[in-house]
Design a binder for this molecule. Structure first.
Ligand SMILES: *Cc1c(COP(=O)(O)O)cnc(C)c1O
Length: 410
């Protein structure tokens, strides 16, 4: 049977230099929060929750009433078209989740064993795993400290004759600096696949993510900016790519003959029920993005003068959609470290989440990236966490959260 990757005591020692020893125990206290809302309520503020106030129920009901609940039906086509339009691209290929959206993109583009794919080390594990599913090898670069995105200046040194693709991940909803990346990719004949799982509606120089490279993958998991419960989408302007992705998504059934297959395809289909929710969600995308940007401004305004708290930045060329509103804590200046502050917030019923653990610090990839160090990603991992970030978060809640942070640091 499959065995987990375990680190030896010595390796655990090496790991301790890279990331904090263990997750701090943060127990949420459910308590009355009279400070916000007209009526005191027993509640917590979750780090993220879906906002389902549009046509979700109506469309799901239509799907059920018409008996189309599996992976054919009008909502799938409508959702694909509407989401592609929202990204400013020609084609959207809906699939089961964000991870398989990335894998489907890579498989369709022909990534195979022996290929190398350059990714940022600071990301969610699905980015690296999608590469691994192809039998290809993820190759890591560090982040730039200003916007916490892949450091484009470090990419060229990692290109080898085996490099096939680069995967920028628009971390926490801020786009990667794409122009220099695309120039580099063109110079070396490489594919660029955006991992846009966290960046629905984000913009780079006025252009939406999802249409900035050769293809992109999105996630519609429950905590993403728009959700279908579970779901994902490939976006592209390349017609041939879209058609092959549609085909591979559905077992690569042949058009010539039934039960006749020329590829090893996948069942990565989305259901009409999920797409019904997705269509209702994408109708609200611009509103969600506006709410998140308003909330981020409010957080910034209330946090920026607290010494030792670093708020997220937005590049002059970027429209950040703040999938997660993350901050960094400087222990020396603030007076307590990240984990202690998270505990205080939890005691006040405020849920938070630590930043990603970089790929080079993952037990499962430990041997592969042995000895590699990426100081910016490691620093983000040690000091960063995100605050409640849902589109439905209210200004009164932000006031309450930021007051707790201000008091705790005194
Ligand atoms: C959420 C996420 C994914 C995976 O999406 P799922 O729908 O959970 O499979 C991939 N990449 C990044 C950067 C993500 O945040």
């Amino acid at each position: 049977m499959l065995q987990p990757a375990e680190l030896s005591l010595e390796e655990m020692g090496e790991l301790a230099a890279i990331i904090p020893a263990a997750d701090p125990e943060v127990r949420l206290t459910y308590r009355a929060i009279p400070e916000f809302g007209a009526t005191p309520r027993r509640s917590i503020i979750p780090v993220c929750a879906p906002t389902l106030g549009g046509n979700e129920l109506k469309y799901v009901q239509q799907a059920i009433e018409t008996n189309w609940i599996s992976s054919a039906g009008r909502f799938i086509r409508d959702f694909e078209a509407r989401f592609a339009e929202a990204c400013g691209v020609e084609y959207g290929i809906a699939c089961a989740n964000g991870t398989v959206a990335m894998h489907l993109t890579m498989a369709t583009l022909g990534l195979e064993p022996g290929d190398e794919v350059i990714i940022p080390t600071f990301t969610m594990i699905a980015t690296a795993n999608a590469v691994t599913y192809c039998g290809a090898k993820p190759v890591l670069v560090d982040m730039e400290p200003a916007y916490w995105q892949m450091d484009i200046n470090q990419v060229e040194a990692k290109i080898t004759p085996r490099t096939k693709a680069i995967v920028p991940v628009h971390i926490y909803g801020h786009p990667t600096d794409m122009d220099p990346l695309m120039a580099l990719a063109e110079k070396h004949g490489l594919l660029v696949i955006e991992d846009a799982a966290e960046a629905h509606g984000a913009e780079y120089k006025g252009r939406r993510t999802g249409g900035l490279g050769h293809a992109a993958g999105f996630s519609f998991y429950g905590n993403k900016i728009i959700t279908t419960g579970e779901g994902g989408m490939v976006t592209t302007n390349d017609r041939d790519l879209a058609q092959l992705a549609w085909n591979l998504r559905d077992h690569a059934f042949s058009h010539e003959r039934h039960f006749w297959h020329k590829f090893v395809g996948f069942n990565y289909r989305m259901t009409n029920l999920q797409a019904a929710i997705g269509l209702a969600q994408v109708e609200q995308l611009d509103g969600f993005v506006a709410a998140r940007r308003r909330n981020a401004l409010e957080y910034n305004r209330r946090l920026q003068d607290i010494p030792g708290v670093r708020t997220p930045s937005e590049a002059p060329w970027a429209k950040n959609v703040y999938w997660m509103y993350g901050i960094l804590v400087d222990e020396q200046v603030y007076g307590m470290n990240r984990d202690a502050l998270r505990r205080v917030l939890a005691d006040h019923g405020i849920e938070t989440r630590t930043f990603f653990i970089p790929m080079h610090a993952q037990p499962v990839y430990w041997q592969q990236f042995k000895g590699e160090r990426y100081p910016v990603a490691e620093d983000l991992c040690k000091r960063g966490f995100y605050l409640p970030s849902a589109s439905s978060l209210g200004i009164d809640e932000i006031e309450y959260i930021t007051d707790v942070i201000r008091q705790a640091g005194k």
